[in-house]
Design a protein around this ligand. Sequence first.
Ligand SMILES: [Ca+2]
Length: 151
Amino acid sequence: MTLRTGEKGFTLLELLAVMGIIIIIAASIFTIIPGIREKTQKKATKAFMERLEITIEQYYDDNRIYPSTGIAALKATLHPSNATSKRYIEFDSDEVDGDNIVDEWGNPFVYSQPGTSTHNTATTYDLYSTGSDGVTSSSGGDADDINNWSR
Ligand SMILES: [Ca+2]
């Protein structure tokens, strides 16, 4: 019985091939994961905005006016620090930062009341997140911005 050499273990070429495959898989994971993460953050920001909009409408139903302009005013109106005033919403700690209501990227939402007439009718409001880049170049109309008038 003869034992041929090179049958045991892996050849250098096989090892290199395996390493190459591992590198390709790892590289694709590292490029895909940030995309998935951004999608999740977008979804969560949209869901949070929908919650805010429902809350704003509840406030409107009670008071027949919308909360005054500015995100800090909106937060103070929907969640007054005075415990005897009606609270329309309870925030998680990651949904607020100081006086601001923030999106999934930690940036304040923008709230304007009345809304810009080109976006909403003058009696309602504009609410938007500046998106993953944290800035807007066209008042909530950036490609990555999430707003309440073009969904
Ligand atoms: Ca943006």
